[in-house]
Design a protein around this ligand. Structure first.
Ligand code: NOJ
Length: 564
């Protein structure tokens, strides 16, 4: 029987000229680097590109196939870089283009890919285009790059329609015209500092194609597309049938503001650009979209063969800890998304969501860590690609008690509610030591990490995790190492097995069995002997509660049980 590999034995391949070609993205595991919280090389309390470069050996040892970098473009940081003033440059706080180039080179040398974030739905209110629009009169060509409209009411004092912004408040703000009079309104589906671009103006699309080429020429392997269901609005900007829904759910549900048919043309054009690069050198470039839609079937429309390669599948992330829901969610994704020829892109955490350890723990927090470990093993056994959000491999819980004055998320400012505030999953990573800054920021620097780190981060430092073979880090590393070695994992088929109601069991390929016990009571193990890998210790013959395990079925008996 195969066994989990012993502690740290990973060897990083050094590949001259970058990683090998092929459709690498189909079952790749990428690591999301939220740059400002990863590692600070300059001592200003904010992570940067040189910090990411310094962390590459750590990521290579973990065994991921590549990194997705959160936005590093010049920005006033109202939404931490998702408000861009220049799409072809690096914000001084994160470094410069030369540092970016070094990062790409080093990442490739370690055999990993680099995917960067691109933000086409909106720019910063400090972007030159928007400043020009503000300085220009109504109906000018400068205003046509955005959605400017006259207000309703007797003096235009009411917004042009009833749409609400995702981060609270109306989706419209009124400007003051050059002569000092109250003027038109502009649309922003996030904050007022993020005016929506008007993609019906061909200059916008043309510009973004140049942006893609700029970064592709610098060697990036792909783009994570922010708000990929956005870009176009209903041309007449009519009232929404349910204006409060966007705010209430924080999902893109306004049918007039999101998910318009025209957006698919953009993804086809972008795919063609990527394919042109591939045809030159055989290296596939990836487009992975943030596609928040209601169903897997809706999402499938974004990953048709000539559109995006992948789209994050968020339903697993939002599924409650329950075998039935997980099974249904996984089944729908495999049926609808894999059915397009793409692969499902699984995700349990990102920089916008409460961390899984806290989410699965509920109010009491009792089983959070055990369940998050089990969920990770489940995710990494599923067919397709997966994304790991920094700190997930350390089992970091959400920091739920940041003081109000420390919160920077515009959602807090705009809604006054802490409910959806995202700072708690963005606290700078703990690397070493017993007290803040836990090695995050340069030794001896006086600046504090940009968000305060709690004292209990000491239990989660990377140094500690690497030494403790029972840590989250080792579980992730062992799972990734097995994924790289076992042909059954990654892409391929999944067959459900009959199992007790609180247990999920499926077979991958010829005989890799994954079982997850969602209940609290132990159940009999499906096979004799020790599992290949498990999220918690498994006594002989037993699969404990809240535990996932991988087994190799050498008998071939299980592979033939259950419906295909
Ligand atoms: C989605 C990003 O993940 C989030 O962080 C950002 O605030 C919004 N898009 C707006 O760009």
């Amino acid at each position: 029987m195969l066994r989990a590999p012993s502690a740290v034995e990973s060897v990083s391949p050094v590949i001259d000229g970058g990683p090998p070609p092929g459709q690498w993205w189909r079952d790749a595991v990428l690591y999301q680097v939220y740059i400002r919280s990863f590692l600070d090389s300059t001592g200003d309390g904010v992570g940067d590109l040189a910090g990411v470069r310094a962390g590459l050996p750590y990521l290579s040892k973990l065994g991921v196939d590549g990194i997705w970098l959160s936005p590093f473009y010049p920005s006033p940081q109202h939404d931490h870089g998702y408000d861009v003033t220049d799409y072809c440059a690096v914000d001084g706080v994160y470094g410069d283009l030369a540092e970016f180039d070094r990062l790409v080179t080093d990442t490739h040398r370690l055999g990993m890919r680099v995917v960067i974030d691109i933000v086409p739905n909106h720019c910063s209110s400090e972007h030159l285009w928007f400043r020009a629009a503000l300085a220009s009169p109504p109906n000018s060509s400068a205003r046509a790059m955005f959605h400017f409209a006259d207000g309703r009411g007797t003096d235009g004092e009411l917004p042009p329609n009833n749409w609400r912004a995702m981060f609270g408040g109306p989706a419209w703000s009124r400007v003051t015209e050059a002569d000092g009079s109250p003027g038109q309104w502009y649309l922003h589906l996030f904050t007022p500092e993020q005016p929506d671009l008007n993609w019906r103006d061909p200059r916008v699309g043309h510009y973004f194609e140049q942006v893609l080429r700029f970064w592709l020429d610098r060697g990036v392997d792909g783009f994570r597309i922010d708000v990929a269901t956005g870009l176009f609005r209903h041309p007449e900007l009519p009232d929404s049938p349910d204006p409060e829904a966007d705010e209430r759910t924080r999902d893109s549900v306004n049918p007039l503001a999101w998910n318009q048919p025209e957006v698919h043309h953009v993804w086809r054009d972008w795919r063609a650009i990527c394919e042109a690069y591939t045809s030159r050198d055989g290296r596939e470039r990836l487009l992975v979209g943030e596609v928040s839609v209601r169903t897997a079937a809706d999402q499938a429309r974004y990953v048709r063969p000539d559109e995006l390669h992948q789209a994050f599948f968020f339903d697993l992330l939002s599924a409650p800890w329950n075998a039935d829901t997980f099974r249904r969610t996984i089944g729908e994704a495999l049926r609808d998304i894999a059915g397009t020829g793409s692969t499902v892109t699984w995700v349990l955490n990102n920089h916008d969501q409460v961390r899984s350890v806290t989410r699965y723990g509920g109010e009491a927090g009792v089983f959070g860590a055990t369940r998050a470990r089990a969920a990770a093993l489940l995710m990494l056994a599923l067919p397709g690609a997966a994304y790991i959000y920094q700190g997930e491999e350390l089992g970091l819980p959400e920091v739920v008690d940041l003081p109000d004055e420390a919160l920077t998320d515009p959602i807090f400012r705009r809604t006054g509610s802490r409910r959806y505030v995202r700072d708690g999953c963005r606290v700078p990573l703990p690397w070493s030591g017993h007290a803040s800054p836990f090695g995050f920021t340069e030794e001896g620097s006086t600046a504090q990490p940009w968000l305060p780190q709690p004292a209990w981060f000491a239990e989660h430092t990377t140094d500690r995790a690497l030494l403790d073979t029972s840590s989250f880090w080792h579980l992730y590393r062992d799972a990734l190492s097995l994924r790289a070695r076992l042909p059954q994992l990654g892409e391929g088929d999944l067959r459900w097995l009959d199992s007790p109601p609180e247990v999920l069991a499926f077979i991958r390929g010829d005989g890799l069995l994954c079982t997850v016990n969602f209940g609290e009571e132990a159940v009999p193990a499906p096979l004799q002997g020790t599992p290949l890998l498990s999220s918690a210790p498994c006594p002989p013959g037993v699969l404990p509660g809240n535990t996932a395990a991988w087994w190799i079925d050498t008998t071939g008996v299980l592979g033939s049980v259950g419906e295909p």
